[in-house]
Write a new protein. Structure first.
Ligand SMILES: *Cc1c(COP(=O)(O)O)cnc(C)c1O
Length: 459
């Protein structure tokens, strides 16, 4: 296959993609398969001889779509969304066509400079203060790891990088149990250790209790631990919990500790000014992560980290060996120095296309609809006998359950085998509950209304 063939097959693929999206509502949302069903259809070894593209494409069209869970299905209400707006898909096609690697400014000035401008556009769109700068990571997990590594090095006076962790004081991190498992992963991978991630008690609203945070830091200081930082949650994955950001930051700052805020899902909603009270005080954070690849519409992968001062993170993650130097330009931004990987895709292009093609007003309208429709769905479910709303809508996420765990689990299995909608579960206060989040880019009020109909039928 050469570039002339690629021209032809790109057009075939574009037509296929259009028809795939147009037909999504007729497919089951979740792949109705047993493990191994797809692998069994592939030969055991790679071909020695080249195969015609027609055969490859036919196999793709036959084998792959039935083996996919359709994240762009308008009735995908599971996990969180992984939205891919059409304009973002187009930008990804163009970025793929150029196939550049944007590790340094000079390895693609447009990639770095458009990323810088997009970080300003997004910062302002979210209502964040003008001192924040930002960068794009592959995932919120990596952004949080970067923030935690920076906390570690700050706490160790930058000695961990040079000497390793043995013989260093025992560091402590603080977060509530509502934070995502990526915080646990960061504590583990950063060499701080799960046991040193202190899970602070939450209040009746499932927010970290700032007084309990203060007490935990004081107790650790008294016993010789060294506090390194606080990770706050703005829109937790399980039930959408929000910590009291400003109050908690005040406690951290009183102890001189940096704060990272995980708003991976809910950050997108902050383009709507009426939701910003949920993270009031955010401008005091040192680091904030949010995923445009969840709710906003810039397809995976695109996780944005805003930094009050990128200096400490660059000092932690940045290396500039001779082969990565740019002659005569010491002060340019080389985004690889802000992140864990060296290589980086041109992810800013899809943000540029997305914000221009829909406008912030168009993106806000979608998020406002999702929040309103989630409220309608919760009300419709609450009206069904035997159904309890276990946590009310936090933005567009709520949970519900039947009388006991076994009944709830059985209902979820029937819902997902049915295929018209897709929901997932969590455990909240010991109880097995079903999560509903509304957020797919193209979903309509009618799609959301199907949730209550399906539950009423299958309950
Ligand atoms: C999804 C999610 C993450 C992890 O996001 P990735 O980009 O997949 O690493 C972290 N925190 C919260 C609150 C999330 O919802």
């Amino acid at each position: 296959m050469n570039h002339d063939d690629l021209r032809h097959w790109s057009k075939v693929a574009a037509d296929w993609a259009h028809d795939y999206h147009a037909g999504l509502r007729d497919r089951p949302v979740r792949a109705p398969l047993v493990p191994g069903a797809i692998a069994a259809q592939l030969p055991p070894a790679a071909p020695e001889a080249a195969e015609p593209m027609q055969a490859i494409f036919d196999d793709f069209a036959r084998i792959v779509p039935p083996g996919m869970t359709h994240w762009q299905h308008p009735r995908f209400f599971a996990y969180f969304p992984a939205n891919a707006a059409p304009a973002s898909m187009l930008a990804e096609q163009l970025a793929n066509a150029i196939a550049a690697q944007g590790m340094l400014w000079q390895t693609s000035p447009a990639a770095t400079e458009i990323e810088q401008v997009m970080m300003r556009w997004l910062r302002d769109a979210l209502g964040l203060a003008g001192h924040f700068t930002g960068t794009i990571h592959d995932s919120a997990t990596t952004a949080t790891l970067s923030a935690v590594l920076t906390m570690r090095e700050r706490a160790l006076g930058w000695q961990g990088l040079a000497d390793g962790l043995s013989g260093q004081p025992r560091l402590r991190l603080y977060a509530s149990a509502e934070t995502h498992s990526s915080v646990d992963k960061a504590a583990r991978v950063a060499g701080i250790g799960q046991a040193n991630l202190v899970k602070i008690a939450t209040d009746a609203a499932h927010a970290l209790d700032p007084a309990a945070l203060d007490a935990a830091i004081r107790a650790d200081l008294a016993t010789g631990f060294r506090p390194a930082g606080v990770v706050l949650c703005a829109g937790g994955t399980s039930i959408g919990a929000f910590d009291r950001i400003g109050d908690s930051i005040a406690v951290a700052k009183a102890h001189g500790l940096p704060v990272h805020v995980d708003a991976a899902w809910a950050g997108s909603a902050m383009i709507c000014p009426e939701f910003r009270h949920l993270w009031e005080g955010i401008d005091g954070a040192d680091s904030v992560v949010f995923n445009p690849h969840k709710w906003l519409g810039a397809q995976f992968d695109c996780a944005v980290q805003f930094l009050a001062d990128p200096g400490p993170q660059i000092r932690t993650l940045g290396l500039r060996p001779t082969y990565l130097e740019t002659a005569g330009a010491e002060e340019i931004t080389n985004f690889n120095e802000w992140t864990v990987p060296l290589g980086r895709r041109f992810r800013a292009l899809k943000l540029w296309f997305l914000m221009r093609a829909y406008g912030l007003e168009g993106l806000r309208a979608r998020i406002r609809n999702h929040v309103a429709w989630a409220g309608d769905a919760a009300a419709a479910l609450a009206a069904l006998p035997g159904v309890t709303i276990t946590t009310p809508p936090a933005l567009s996420l709520f949970t519900f359950a039947l009388a006991d765990d076994a009944a709830t689990e059985g209902l979820l299995a029937r819902i997902n085998d049915d295929g018209r909608i897709y929901l997932t579960q969590t455990r909240h206060q010991g109880r097995y509950v079903i999560r509903v989040q509304v957020g797919q880019f193209d979903c309509t009020a009618d799609d959301v209304a199907v949730i209550a109909r399906v539950v009423a039928e299958l309950r």
